[in-house]
Design a protein around this ligand. Structure first.
Ligand code: AKB
Length: 311
């Protein structure tokens, strides 16, 4: 049975992953950690304040909990990263380096979320291959790509069992994402339910991959449970569930929230980031190497989101 430590447990992914891990592996086996205590992450199991950039603190927490697996979620996202690139580099790289070092010393497996942000405008936009030109144009993308390479290095050089997924935009209710380019696809649901209207910061036809959070959580657990001998592209797999534009999601919501009105006020910084990312990635490696298959399409996700937010 695994003993798990999660960094960034209070964030958008952590707030879903921690309860699911506790269901699967036992509440006391999953130590949630974050740089501050926001409350929710300590429900139903142990919690500790840990700054993931501090290798000593991570090492002590791993040792005391006798963890054998680390889900390293703490990170600065793309839009915030463009506002403060040095902070994004520091948080994303220092925390990953400390987690990998602790994993090497204490023999832990490590999951690290990567992102479609590892690609840039010179990557193919349509069916972006698993392996292709990768010249990210945001500091977030630079740290995520460097992170993938560092995870590969620790695996090859030290045998650390590192695994990762290149998440698309993630849609969820509960804890909101903190400063990404894909946040509009979460905000739109909240505003649709509360105000019947939403002003989007990206243009109507900006295409990108998305996934509903329950699928992202299942993918995270499945890749960590997968047979290691089959994982050729372990750091990290392209992954998608649906391709969306603001216009297609607005139309889907409008069909279920009569009178919903979408308008657009483009933010040039986030539009440039979105334009540099793929329209649609090819996730065949994930499907072939560990059996990835999404359960939620646009309609199923929209119904579920509206149901939870309206309730
Ligand atoms: C962001 O928008 O920065 C993230 C991502 C796609 O990695 N949601």
């Amino acid at each position: 049975m695994k003993r798990i430590l999660v960094t960034g447990a209070g964030g958008q992914i952590g707030s879903w992953l921690v309860p699911r891990l506790r269901e699967l592996y036992g509440s006391s086996k999953v130590l949630a950690t974050d740089v501050r205590h926001s409350g929710a992450e300590s429900e139903g199991g142990p919690f500790q304040v840990v700054d993931a950039t501090n290798a000593k603190a991570v090492g002590q927490a791993v040792m005391r909990h006798r963890a054998d697996t680390i889900f390293h979620l703490a990170a600065i996202l793309s839009a915030v990263g463009e506002r403060d690139p040095r902070l994004a580099w520091h948080i994303n790289m220092a925390s990953l380096e400390s987690v990998l070092e602790v994993a090497r010393q204490q023999n832990c497996a490590v999951f690290v979320p990567s992102s479609i942000g590892v690609f840039g405008s010179s990557s193919p936009k349509e069916m972006t291959p698993q392996e292709t030109v990768m010249r990210p144009e945001t500091m977030y993308g630079v740290t995520k790509l460097a992170g993938e390479l560092l995870c590969d290095y620790y695996h090859r050089r030290y045998g650390v069992d590192t695994r990762g997924l290149r998440f698309p935009g993630l849609v969820s209710y509960g804890i909101a994402p903190g400063g990404g380019t894909t946040d509009w696809a979460v905000d739109i649901f909240h505003k649709a339910v509360r105000e019947g209207r939403y002003t989007c910061f990206l243009g109507a036809d900006t295409r990108m991959d998305f996934m509903y959070m329950p699928d992202a959580i299942r993918a995270t657990i499945e890749v960590m449970e997968a047979d290691p001998t089959r994982l050729v592209h372990r750091n990290a797999y392209n992954l998608t569930a649906m391709e969306l534009t603001p216009a297609t999601l607005a139309a889907e919501i409008e069909s279920r929230v009569p009178g919903f009105v979408m308008s657009y006020e483009i933010d040039p910084v986030r539009q440039a980031i979105a334009d540099s990312w793929p329209d649609h990635v090819d996730d065949r490696s994930a499907r072939e190497e560990w059996g990835w298959a999404p359960s939620f399409d646009l309609a199923a996700m929209t119904v579920d989101m509206l149901e939870h937010l309206s309730g």
